[in-house]
Design a protein around this ligand. Structure first.
Ligand SMILES: Cc1cc2nc3c(=O)[nH]c(=O)nc-3n(C[C@H](O)[C@H](O)[C@H](O)COP(=O)(O)OP(=O)(O)OC[C@H]3O[C@@H](n4cnc5c(N)ncnc54)[C@H](O)[C@@H]3O)c2cc1C
Length: 419
């Protein structure tokens, strides 16, 4: 029990650390159902770095439940096509296989009349924020950097550094949505075991160029051990694209050196007339990992999204899994704080176990295989890749199977009444 009031303002039912897409989606979900929530973010705005931009039907279904699907359709791009796997421009730009969404009956695997929605994750986060700010239960503070947390039987005290000095806030539950380098997770000494992809550096660029005029699909995976890439349309602007590629053995390169690889790489990847005319809007190098927290819960502190797990971006499963964590955790918090459900500890333990299982059982192996399929020369991987492409090219049932497999990311949404 806190003996004296050594924290700012009132006690919050929930404090979320991190105003990324996960933190803001979770805040919107629970604030809508009557939970007072405070989001503390270390930056002074939503971080705009080029990262996630494709959202699958299973996630859109959760957006629908929170009333954010319709607003999202007004800003996002509804892609009519599934992914295409192809060779690089330098090797003929040949289509190897394509996922055909018209083969998938509209139902559980594909509810919508499009394959996926495209929008930069910072714009999606801004949409969550815009809608959350209309709710009286939602509060947020920028420039509030988490430093530590203490727990007792009644709640948790969160310590932050701010431009005005150190502050403390009190909550019943603290949710770590502070990304893969989570300061919350580290402050609790929770291990983040796994592996790092040390054979490449991942470059993400946002580029103005018209790839469809130049013969590419909407979402392309370029398969090659050297010139692998992801080339996908970013949003409603037909000339705005994400080009992500690997720099083989580029782990030790500085950011500057990574950026210098762009012109030569684009020359090898881009179809179209030479000299190429494009504009790089932003670019960032990343290191890719397959890592998972040893546990997703330590008392009143619960890990969610990238703070709990991170994986290679190939196949778009990172934020997908993170947003589904938020959907599940949001339902648990609503059950505990609005419906006063008995035994909150058992419910939160189950969240921690189920969501860790979803990452270990589906997201980790699937994102690993997606990455290897794109770049590995290992004979066993090559055999699996050929079989995968053969099945896509010859077996209509395989398209349905792949679309349905996505449902494994949400084993249990912890709903009790469909909300
Ligand atoms: C190039 C690239 C492409 C990707 N593409 C896809 C894709 O297409 N689909 C997909 O599903 N996933 C994709 N991902 C993964 C996706 O970007 C992440 O899963 C997503 O960012 C996770 O969101 P988050 O809100 O959990 O964490 P973050 O987006 O990392 O947000 C964390 C927030 O916490 C804040 N924070 C950090 N430390 C503190 C602190 N101490 N105190 C307060 N605040 C703090 C940060 O400033 C940030 O605002 C991609 C990743 C990369 C790198």
């Amino acid at each position: 029990m806190a003996t004296n009031k050594s924290f700012e303002g009132e006690e919050w039912p929930v404090i979320i650390i991190g105003a990324g897409p996960a933190g803001l989606f979770l805040a919107l979900k629970i604030a809508k159902k009557g939970v007072r929530v405070l989001v503390l973010e270390k930056e002074k705005y939503i971080v705009p770095s080029p990262r996630a931009n494709i959202y699958m039907p299973i996630v859109l279904n959760e957006f629908e439940k929170v009333g954010i699907f319709e607003p999202f359709t007004k800003v996002g791009f509804q892609s009519p096509e599934g992914p295409t796997w192809r060779t690089p421009y330098t090797k003929g730009n040949k289509v190897l296989a394509k996922m055909n969404y018209s083969l998938i009956p509209k139902g559980s695997a594909l509810k919508y009349k499009f394959a996926g929605m495209h929008l930069g994750q910072h714009q999606l986060a801004a949409l969550f924020l815009e809608h959350a700010q209309k709710l009286p239960n939602f509060n947020n503070k920028w420039n509030h950097c988490f430093t530590s947390v203490e727990q007792d039987s009644d709640g948790a005290t969160v310590h932050v550094s701010t431009p005005e000095g150190a502050k403390a806030f009190r909550a019943k539950y603290v949710i770590a949505c502070d990304g893969a380098s989570s300061a919350v997770r580290q402050s609790l000494s929770i291990p983040f075991d796994g592996t790092t992809w040390t054979n490449f550096r991942f470059m993400a660029t946002n580029v103005k160029y018209d790839f469809t005029v130049n013969g590419l699909g909407i979402a392309n995976t370029v398969v090659d051990d050297e010139d692998w890439a992801i080339i996908v349309r970013l949003d409603r602007d037909p000339n705005f694209w994400r080009v992500a590629y690997g720099i083989k053995d580029g782990m030790d390169l500085s950011t500057e050196e990574c950026l210098k690889t762009i012109p030569e790489k684009f020359e090898r990847l881009f179809p179209g007339e030479r000299p190429l005319k494009y504009e790089v809007v932003n670019a960032n190098p990343y290191v890719a990992h397959q890592r998972c927290a040893g546990k997703f819960r330590e008392g009143r502190v619960i890990l969610c999204s990238d703070a709990a797990h991170c994986n290679s971006p190939i196949g778009g499963l990172g934020l997908t899994t993170g947003l589904l964590d938020c959907a599940a955790l949001g339902n648990c918090l609503i059950r505990i704080l609005v419906r006063n459900e008995a035994d909150p500890d058992a419910l939160l333990d189950r969240y921690a176990k189920v969501r860790r299982g979803a990452w270990l059982g589906y997201t980790n192996p699937q994102s690993t295989e997606n990455t290897l399929r794109m770049l590995s020369n290992d004979p066993e991987v090559a055999a699996r890749r050929n079989k995968f492409f053969d099945k896509l090219n010859t077996d209509p049932g395989f398209h349905i199977q792949l679309a349905e497999a996505m449902n494994e990311v949400l084993i249990d949404s912890f709903e009790t009444d469909g909300t």
